[in-house]
Each structure stands twice: as C-alpha cells, then as structure tokens.
Design a protein. Structure first.
Length: 284
C-alpha cells in the first residue's frame, strides 16, 4: 500500500487569478488536471496509473489569498463520497474570520464527512498559538479542543509559501510546541516538514511530542536525506506526500520513484509510505 498524504484536489474555479497564475506556471497538463478535478472516477484511475493506493485530498479556507471559501468542504466531501477507502477528505475553517471555528468544524465533519482539518497560517495570517497569553485568537483553543474530542487530525502548513499575499512569518512550526503541550490528545501533522527553513525545528518537535507527525510533501525526495539525515528515527511519525499539482511537482509517480530510490531500510520505507498513514487516516 502507498498513501500520498498530500494531494491538492481543489475547486480550481475558485482560485484568485494571481494564485492561479502562480499555481499553473509552466504546466502543460492543465486540461487533464481540470478533468481529474471534475471527475472522481477519472481521478481514481489516475491514482492507479501513478501507483498510489490512497490519497489525502487537501483543502482549506483562504478567500483573501487563494480564493477558497468554506465551499471547499462541500466540494471535497462530495468528491470523496463513496470512495472513502481510497480518498481522505481534508477540509478547513478559517480561525481568524470565523467567529466560532469549533462549531464550524463539527458541522463540516457531520455534513461533509471531513476527516482531517487543514490550517494554513501563511495563507490565513495567524499564529498557531494565538490563543495563549491574551492572544488575538482565543477561539483557537476551542477549535483544537473540538478537533481533539472528535478525533480529527489537524494538518498544519509549516514552512514558506511563494503565493502572492502569503505571510511567511506565520510558517515557523515552533508555535506548535504550545499546541502539542496544551492538547496532548490532538493528532498534529506538520505539512512539508518546515521546508526550506525550519526542518530542524520539525525534527525537534517530532522527537519531543508523541502527538506530532509530519508529511514530506513539497520536498524533492532526492534531497530528503540531506534535510532529514536521521529520517529512520522518525519514520513511524512521517508520511509520504507529493503536493501534486503544486509548482515543481510533475507527477506523484515521479516523486514515488525518487523516494523508492533512496537508501532506506525496507522497514523505514514501509512506515513512511503506509504505516504512519494507516495510524492517522484509517476509517474508524
């Protein structure tokens, strides 16, 4: 089994023009991508071609940076419906714009079958620990608490973003140290492993907190051991992911082939390709 823990199947018609331009620069397969995003059956055939058994479809709310409204939850829920054995619906709420994000999380879980919550601080413009010490977003504590109670993992973008209007000061994963301490039952996934500035911070957080995991999407697999030379130590908390079709990611198969070419023990490779994913995304 191979799980791609980070694929962006999104409502492409919602993209803001500036974000769409950045997302599609240099791609020659846009017509096919659009067809796949409109047809779950075609997308499943695409996964078969790519050697991917299960895909985690990442969506989040970012109207002012990317153009995505809370309608992404209806989109991804509908896209995955009937295919939950192979597709994992990731949805979003906006902690800064939503007056009650905890209630919204419960609603999208019940109504749309959302199985993972995605937060994107550089695109949503907030610090992950802004609920502490009189911070600007006290409602974050209720959101984390509700996700913990519902058993919903929280995937957090860590690292930089090249999209217009992104604010990269929010990409430092160290703020998750507070979240992991305050909500020890909350399963946290650091997307992108802090690339390219905060890999060491992610490695520290993975070793410090039992409830913290990461995916390595967006990192060229051929460079993975340069950034995480002790990858084997954290394999059981690490997820393979591609970030397709983000800029620079040609295909899931290309990333999978590069990953399999790394000098890794079979046990390490198996944990990253499927073992960690099974513990986080198995239907309960």
């Amino acid at each position: 089994m191979v799980t791609d823990a980070h694929i962006h199947v999104q409502p492409w018609r919602q993209f803001r023009p500036s974000a769409l331009e950045r997302m599609t620069a240099g791609r020659r397969d846009l017509d096919r991508i659009h067809r796949l995003f409109d047809d779950p059956a075609a997308f499943l055939k695409f996964l078969d071609e790519q050697g991917i058994d299960r895909a985690v479809l990442v969506n989040y709310v970012s109207p002012d940076v990317m153009g995505f409204t809370d309608e992404v939850n209806d989109f991804v829920g509908g896209f995955c419906r009937g295919h939950e054995d192979r597709l994992v619906a990731v949805g979003g709420v906006h902690p800064r714009l939503d007056p009650d994000p905890a209630a919204s999380l419960e609603r999208i879980v019940e109504r749309h079958g959302i199985r993972v919550l995605k937060l994107h601080p550089p695109h949503q413009h907030f610090f992950l620990n802004a609920y502490r010490d009189g911070g600007s977003l006290p409602q974050l504590a209720a959101l984390y608490g509700r996700a913990q109670a519902l058993g919903i993992p929280v995937m957090v973008h860590t690292g930089t973003s090249v999209f217009p209007e992104a604010r990269n000061k929010y990409g430092d994963p160290m703020a998750l140290d507070d979240v992991a301490v305050d909500f020890p039952g909350l399963r946290i996934i650091m997307a992108h492993g802090g690339r390219p500035l905060w890999m060491e911070t992610c490695f520290f957080l993975l070793r410090r907190h039992a409830n913290v995991h990461m995916d390595v999407s967006g990192i060229p697999p051929r460079h993975l051991l340069r950034y995480f030379p002790r990858l084997a130590e954290i394999a059981r908390k690490t997820l393979f992911g591609t970030d397709w079709p983000s800029p620079g990611v040609i295909s899931p198969r290309r990333n999978l082939e590069e990953f399999r070419a790394l000098s890794l023990a079979q046990e390490t490779r198996q944990a990253i390709l499927e073992g960690t994913a099974e513990s986080l995304f198995a239907r309960r």
